[in-house]
Design a protein around this ligand. Structure first.
Ligand SMILES: [Zn+2]
Length: 335
């Protein structure tokens, strides 16, 4: 059982480490962190838009006087739910891995397919409607101002926050190319970014699942008590083990169906997710299986089709009401 509730806002982890949580942890609702020692501060990630980031910074400032000035920011990866609020801390030093910096630079040059769909969602059918529903309509995506990291590193970097040591390790490509772990060894606390989704189906878009499993294995070797995941409630190493099992399970189950020639959409519905009941964003199974099929050698999945399927699944599930426990599987798999 977690010692912390999963409620929106700041949670004090002790010793100058804080988490900022955003339930339900699904699309766009990411977590962030604050590390403080004396009057020195390091912010781990910003949020999906300026209003949410402003709200977070205000709550940090009212709880922690030193947070009036954010010295440094680490972006754990390039996705906008961890970076799009950078404009509000633009006078801080912003640090990211080189791969994250490159991804953010590309997005700032307009190469962001998801953003393109969200801002023109009416032209993208069911896929557009889905992305509008889960992100575009909930976040201020129009006013995105790209503020890039001012400093980057290849694989590892050591920082100090006052007297506190903070270790950055690039562990991607896992969930994204540049995933970075932010580890405070003395306090046995880890800010994992999206290497860990806790009780949320992980977003697996164009990623290397085998590497992601290895990244989980690496995290499992760390001496940490508390993990602030990129999405979902505050966790510990058990959640990393569970997610590792999730990734491996999908890899194995998708492979069986790929080898049997089962189409992606059918395979996604055929793989039982009973063990992950109640996790947010269940419909991501379509995107996950499509990406796994691609990693097995199938042609790149038509992402719009997968998003459309995901949207339909989510709508059916919602129509069933919050008490819905069935998976909308056409049938359950015997194995
Ligand atoms: Zn992400």
């Amino acid at each position: 059982m977690s010692r912390w509730t999963f409620t929106k806002g700041l949670h004090d982890l002790g010793n100058g480490c804080l988490a900022y949580l955003q339930p339900d942890g699904g699309w766009g609702y990411s977590n962030a962190g604050l590390i403080v020692d004396g009057d020195r501060t390091l912010l781990v990630d910003t949020l999906f838009d300026k209003p949410l980031t402003a709200e977070m910074l205000a709550s940090m400032r009212s709880a922690i006087p030193a947070a009036k000035r954010i010295d440094r920011v680490v972006n754990t990866h390039a996705h906008p739910d961890h970076t799009a609020g950078n404009a509000l801390v633009a006078d801080s030093e912003i640090i990211a891995s080189l791969a994250t910096f490159e991804d953010m630079k590309r997005m700032s040059e307009g190469v962001d397919p998801i953003q393109k769909i969200m801002t023109n969602w009416q032209n993208f059918g069911e896929a557009g409607a889905y992305l509008h529903e889960v992100m575009g309509s909930r976040f201020d995506i129009a006013e995105r101002e790209h503020v890039l990291p001012t400093r980057h590193f290849d694989s590892e970097m050591d920082l100090t926050v006052g007297d506190k040591q903070v270790h950055l390790k690039k562990i991607g490509p896992a969930h994204s190319r540049g995933d970075t772990l932010v580890h405070v060894p003395k306090d046995r606390i880890l800010f994992s970014g999206d290497v860990l989704f806790n009780q949320v189906h992980p977003a697996i878009v164009s990623v290397n699942i085998a590497n992601w499993i290895e990244a989980c294995d690496h995290v499992l070797t760390l001496d940490v008590d508390v993990i602030v995941p990129g999405h979902g409630p505050i966790a510990d190493l058990n959640a990393v083990r569970t997610q590792r099992d999730y990734l491996q399970y999908f890899q194995v189950e998708a492979r069986k169906r790929f080898d049997a020639g089962m189409p992606v959409a059918e395979a996604a519905l055929d793989i039982s997710i009973d063990a992950f009941r109640g996790w947010a964003d269940e419909e991501r199974i379509f995107i996950t299986v499509a990406n796994l099929y691609q990693s097995f050698g199938a042609p790149p999945p038509p992402m719009l089709d997968m998003m459309a399927l995901a949207g339909r699944y989510r709508r059916d599930k919602m129509a069933c009401g919050p008490g819905c426990t069935h998976q909308h599987h056409s049938h359950t798999h015997g194995g």
